[in-house]
Design a protein around this ligand. Sequence first.
Ligand code: BMA
Length: 382
Amino acid sequence: MAIRIYKIFTLFLVSYFLQHTALAQLIDPNATKETLAVYKSVKGLLGKKILFGHQDDLAYGVRWKYEKNRSDINDIVNDYPAVFGWDIGGVEFEKPENLDKVPFEKIISFAKEVYKKGGINTISWHLANPVSGGSAWDTTKAVVDILPKGKLHNDYILWLDRVAGFLNRFETADGTKIPVLFRPFHELNGAWFWWGRPHCSKDEFITLWRFTVDYLKNKKHLHHLIYVFNTNSFNGEDEFLERYPGNSYADMVSFDIYQFAPENPTASQLKESKHIYQEKLRNNLQILTSVAKKLDKPSALAETGFESVPDPDWWTKTLYPVIKDFPISYVLVWRNHGLNDEGKMHYYAPYKGQLSAIDFKKFYTLKKMMFLKDLGKQKIYQ
Ligand code: BMA
């Protein structure tokens, strides 16, 4: 009897341990303790909360730029996103500003503020085409040339040195490195970036990914990065995993998906576009979260949105009803640029007075959603 009770007790202890102490392991065995802590926190929140994220949130919004502490999200709900996205496209040329004209110095100071408040920083890299010198969208064949035996390999190394130099500046006054969810070579199954599926073989892509991770981790000794694998929306698990670099080369898995509709959509066009988006989102989240469970990696909806949010209840009637059913760590909407050069409004989060702002207030209070105030209380870096 005593032995039986002892066995049951041990079993109970083990299962309690498994549930409550996320046995999180990063691909970097030398990851800093804050990096491991935030990764564990992200794992621990899976299924309970979905963090809300916004690209360039603190830098600018619709009709404003660089106003201290301002954020289009904060203007509406008096709270900030929990996840803050930044892009470092342009750092490879040591430019003072990224491709969307956000000064790199500002990105560093915003990231420090985010860390201080207990939020999470994530970085993407719209890096230039290393062969043509054109943008990330210039699909001149390039991957093969920057691989270890390629003729531009040293140029690529220089670019990685610059990335490392920049990311090394993500640190507090006492020298603590600020953890970053790093999402390089994003939307890798798409055709629009030079690293996209039609422009390199599977082996070339995986070699590029692995080289990049090994170089930053082992040669540049960056130990505050959490590597996020990211595709665009996809058809089936095989497509999602086709170019997965392996479990020792990614910490998180994610995809991007957007809703599209004709300009000034009619009610029926809106309904149709909502249906297409929700179906695909649900299908892809199902696959993502089941893959994530098998791989034991947290998942995320790394980018989503509906440009200029022309649907008044998009947040509570389109996005939330689908995402609420899946254990994803965060959902991030893209940047609030405002009017672009083509005279089009380019933004994905509401701003004060925007058509969907009232609905966003409701979305803010929904059970699964989490913003900065509540995330801050979780002390995710300790
Ligand atoms: C795109 C658009 C572009 C921008 C790029 C990188 O989706 O927002 O205007 O340059 O992302 O942020």
